[in-house]
Write a protein that binds this ligand. Structure first.
Ligand code: PMP
Ligand code: GLU
Length: 438
């Protein structure tokens, strides 16, 4: 049977073309129609949303690597460590015990209990298991909250530099991100008076991460207390506290804004197992929230996704039931990150025009590179951090993420979740390529 040209195009290599049935020909003509459709089919909310810059740069570097180019990827934020063996074993046992059915929508009771226990043990926070909702990663947890609280035109205050997905998630839920800024001189941390000035009658929430992606900055207990004092005067403003990097800190203790009783009822704590347990692919995140928000997120999940993977949830129970203080895997990982951070800062400081501070957590350095704006190698002129990242990908074969994506156009994000050797080679290459910009 003769196939339509479009089907030939869409069939992968090695596919046995003779087994094509009438129905697959029909399916192919349907696919053909879909591929001919233009973007007018898409909803406005998709058109106003940007692609994730972290994932885009990582995709570009993967594509170059597939073409045989030796690219060093410092664009993705995920630990290069393996999931601890005990956690993997728990998942294997879950499969053998046939834990393979739909789990309850807000999470397995044992996992919600383990999360409540973790919040008490590590953060001194009291939550009932009913206030905890497990999702497919912290990313989805945050998106759920915005879907639950935002009406058209509601504002969410987003301190910049921010994680790439916050403003896009707000827009997806028909809200308006309102930005306030802090530069490298302030260690990228906003002041309480900036929050106070940004609050309007339309403000529904504020979202920030500490430790921060992309800056690695951490709000101290005193700084959080000062922010809490502002929020106390605005009890209708929800504080979305993204604590996904909680376990990756290089000194002191992690503090949650939820520990201030005067605002606890306003806080949604967001966390997950991706970073601290090197479990990015398992896709388990969660919120601990006022009951009304938890119930709403549960309702959304019931219609959108059902529960998160039952096997991953069993693995997450194993991860969260152990105290981080006794986890050798975590201690080794954090000590490796600290060593790499120190190395990276030392090397980057030697590149003329790169201004850095000292991040206290996560695994990112966020240097100010605005000195390069207006410089050229004769072929390419650098007008912004996006240009510099593309130039460095092209000339140095190092993938980084432009600061524009994080609301800080003078900076670039370097992830040091990779080996010391790769860090050294990458920074040498960056330095060489930058020498040619005059
Ligand atoms: N918040 C921040 C600040 C992050 O960097 C990430 C990493 N992707 C997430 C949330 C989402 O994490 P995940 O969905 O992997 O749990
Ligand atoms: N949080 C990581 C990053 O910022 C993972 C990629 C993503 O989900 O954006 O690189």
């Amino acid at each position: 049977m003769e196939q339509s040209p479009s089907l030939k195009k869409t069939l992968p290599n090695g596919f046995d073309r003779n087994i094509c049935s009438q129905s697959s020909i029909f399916a192919a003509s349907f696919i053909n129609k879909l591929t001919q459709m233009d973007k007018s089919i898409l909803a406005g909310r998709i058109n106003k949303m940007s692609e994730s810059a972290t994932l885009k740069m990582t995709g570009l570097s993967r594509a170059l690597r597939e073409q045989g180019v030796d690219v060093i990827t410092l664009s993705i934020g995920e630990p290069d460590f393996n999931t601890p063996q005990k956690v993997k074993d728990a998942a294997k046992e879950a499969i053998d015990a046939n834990q393979t059915h739909y789990p309850p929508v807000p999470g397995l009771p044992e996992l919600r209990q383990a999360i409540a226990g973790k919040l008490k043990r590590d953060n001194g926070l009291s939550y009932n298991a009913s206030q905890i909702v497990v999702s497919n990663g912290a990313k989805q947890s945050i998106a759920n909250v915005f879907m639950c609280i935002l009406n058209k035109g509601d504002e969410v205050i987003v301190p910049a530099p921010y994680w790439v997905s916050y403003p896009e998630m707000v827009k997806m839920a028909d809200g308006e991100p309102v930005f306030i800024n802090a530069g490298i001189e302030e260690n990228f941390k906003i002041k309480p008076r900036q929050i106070e000035a940004a609050i309007t009658p339309k403000t529904k929430a504020v979202i920030f991460s500490s430790p921060s992606n992309p800056t690695g900055s951490i709000y101290s207990k005193t700084e959080l207390e000062a922010l809490a004092a502002v929020f106390k005067a605005h009890p209708d403003v929800l504080i979305i506290s993204d604590e996904i990097y909680e376990l990756i800190i290089f000194s002191g203790r992690h503090e949650s804004i939820a520990s201030f009783e005067e605002v606890k009822e306003q806080v949604v704590v967001v966390n997950g197992v991706s970073k601290g347990f090197a479990m990015t692919g398992w896709r388990i995140g969660y919120i601990a929230a006022p009951q009304v928000i938890a119930d709403a997120c549960n309702k959304i999940r019931g219609q959108y996704t059902s529960g998160a993977s039952s096997i991953s949830q069993m693995a997450a129970i194993e991860a969260l039931n152990a105290s981080p203080e006794e986890s050798n895997d975590l201690i080794e990982m954090v000590s490796a990150f600290k060593q790499r951070r120190d190395l990276l800062i030392r090397l980057v400081k030697e590149i003329p025009g790169f201004k850095t501070n000292t991040p206290e957590g996560a695994f990112y350095l966020f240097p100010d590179i605005s000195d390069y704006f207006g410089k050229t190698n004769g072929k390419t002129t650098i007008s912004n951090s996006n240009d510099l990242c593309l130039y460095l990908l092209d000339e140095a074969h190092v993938a980084l993420v432009p600061g524009e994506a994080f609301g800080a156009p003078g900076c670039i994000r370097i992830s040091y979740a990779t080996s010391v050797d790769k860090i050294e080679t990458a920074v040498n290459r960056i330095a060489e390529a930058c020498k040619n910009l005059k």
